[in-house]
Design a protein around this ligand. Structure first.
Ligand SMILES: [Zn+2]
Ligand SMILES: [Zn+2]
Length: 362
């Protein structure tokens, strides 16, 4: 019998759409059969948290729930599998049903049987607390990775990996050319995934100058303005794929402009932009997709890439008390890489933040 912590804990919660993030005292959750209790060791903050908090209309998810959908932790109780206790894990964020046709064909990120909530932090209680209960099937071993590196792999890394996998069949054997638009919390990891898993030439653009440096450190071959990329691609007839991590009107239009015939436009960012989808308005043979997150199997592959040193998230670690200020920074824009919360650290900021640099010279 494993003893569980009991008592209460502080949690950063979405209590009403359009209201500020709220610190509430909630019971430490108790895992049922098929679940595990984690002590949370790191949680990444995501732009989609801000979309949830700031939504002018109620969204599909019932409130309140604890935010935080990029979770790394240590298993402290596992009623069905005590051998898991003590293991460092990351959490796959789509809590799929496991039995629908999509799940059975391995596409758990497109589960049709999970109901409205996506998973912890998006409709269910997430990781912005000392402890979290998650389905045992959602945990992926992350032994050997620092928590602040592991947490951003679950969304920033996984969503990027899945987006690259979506376009991979369009890349020629010689490698081809892939454009990354928006080098933020996801985009810089997409550059690293492209370098690690494809032979493509990687071209990156962003409107924020420090993000261009991050693209270079992440291994992009060509970094610059849209005009720079256009000039580079012109002799080759355009890009084989464009991954748009912004998804605004301007970036979608730029993506179409940079693509060659038969290319792949992959819109990942939720910037609210639209596309004039008409034959004749797009390059011939273009395929457009809007992938969502990724599978637990892909998350395991992402963890393996990180263990091998191919994926190094750029992170800034902050304390538990700094969450509202961090969301404000995300709202304003210009955050480089990922903000990661250590829920075990409370009180005033330590004074200097820890930054893990992306790999340079790759
Ligand atoms: Zn997210
Ligand atoms: Zn399902």
């Amino acid at each position: 019998m494993v003893s569980t912590p009991g008592g209460t804990m502080a949690a950063w919660r979405l209590t009403a759409y359009g209201a500020p993030v709220s610190l509430q005292e909630v019971p430490v959750p108790v895992p049922a059969e098929g679940e595990v209790l984690l002590e949370v060791t790191a949680v990444g903050l995501c732009h989609s948290d801000v979309h949830l908090l700031d939504s002018p209309e109620p969204m599909a998810f019932d409130v309140p729930f604890t935010l935080g959908h990029e979770v790394a932790g240590t298993v402290v109780a596992a009623p069905g599998d005590p051998a898991l206790v003590g293991r460092a894990v990351v959490v796959h964020g789509v809590w799929a049903c496991g039995t629908c046709d999509r799940c059975r064909s391995g596409r758990t990120n497109y589960c049709t049987g999970r109901g409205r909530a996506v998973g912890g932090g998006i409709g269910r209680d997430g990781g912005l607390a000392r402890y979290a209960v998650v389905p045992v099937g959602s945990v992926v071993d992350a032994t050997g990775l620092a928590p602040e590196v592991a947490a951003p792999l679950t969304d920033g890394g996984l969503t990027s990996y899945h987006a690259v996998a979506t376009a991979a069949d369009r890349l020629p054997a010689s490698g081809g050319r892939v454009v990354v638009i928006g080098v933020g919390g996801l985009g810089h990891l997409a550059v690293q995934v492209l370098r690690a898993t494809t032979a493509a030439q990687v071209l990156a653009t962003d409107t924020h100058p420090p993000a261009l440096d991050l693209a270079t450190r992440s291994g992009a071959h060509v970094v610059g303005t849209p005009d720079d990329l256009r000039a580079e691609l012109a002799p080759h007839g355009g890009a084989d794929a464009v991954l748009d991590f912004v998804g605004a009107d301007a970036t979608i239009a730029l993506g179409v402009d940079l693509l060659g015939p038969g290319g792949d436009l992959v819109v990942v960012g939720s910037g609210g932009g639209s596309l004039d989808f008409r034959k004749g308005a797009l390059p011939q043979g273009v395929r457009v997709s809007a992938p969502f997150w990724g599978t637990a199997e892909e998350l395991a592959a992402v963890v393996a890439l990180a263990r091998a040193g191919h994926l190094v998230p750029e992170v800034e670690v902050i304390g538990f008390d700094d969450v509202p200020a961090a969301y404000e920074r995300l709202r304003r824009g210009g955050v480089l890489g990922r903000l990661v919360v250590d829920p075990r650290h409370t009180g005033p900021p330590a004074g200097s933040s820890v930054t893990t640099r992306g790999q340079g010279g790759r």
